[in-house]
Design a protein around this ligand. Structure first.
Ligand SMILES: [Zn+2]
Ligand SMILES: [Zn+2]
Length: 151
């Protein structure tokens, strides 16, 4: 999904909304015409496509249903990191022969920071490692390892 930036204040529209354990999204195009920048009040027409150099390597367009059930979406909240496995409308199945092997925090060189083996919940809480760069990874026994997306 293309990202949009406010030309008045540089706010980047965040399509994700994570409230009360529900993760949903609204594309910029789908926003009401009366929508305004939550930061400065600029109208929708004051937004431009976010220049490629500041876009994350992420496009909802190419996230299939299978993928959306495997991605560990995460957010930092004070001293914790909250991980939601898959989107709320498409959680990963837990079956006898198809399951999540682990969800963990890793340093970028692959070193394990914290690991939860075969989690049974969709939402997991980790301690914030307070380092600049880390990754959230999930491993499915059939579909392999998936890198988390920060929202
Ligand atoms: Zn703005
Ligand atoms: Zn799977």
């Amino acid at each position: 999904m293309q990202k949009f930036t406010c030309t008045a204040c540089s706010y980047i529209y965040n399509p994700f909304l994570w409230e009360e354990n529900t993760l949903s999204w609204t594309t910029f195009e789908d926003l009401n015409e009366s929508w305004t920048c939550p930061h400065c009040g600029e109208g929708k027409e004051g937004f431009i496509e976010t220049p490629v150099y500041i876009q994350e390597v992420f496009s909802l367009k190419w996230i299939s249903e299978q993928e959306s059930s495997h991605i560990p979406f995460y957010k930092e909240q004070w001293d914790t990191i909250i991980v939601q496995i898959g989107t709320t409308d498409n959680p990963h199945e837990i079956e006898e022969n198809h399951f999540i092997e682990y969800v963990g925090l890793f340093e970028t060189d692959g070193e394990i920071i914290d690991l939860k083996i075969q989690p049974e919940e969709d939402t997991l809480v980790f301690e914030n490692p307070w380092i600049d760069e880390y990754e959230v990874r999930l491993s499915c026994n059939i579909h392999g390892v998936w890198r988390g997306i920060k929202i």
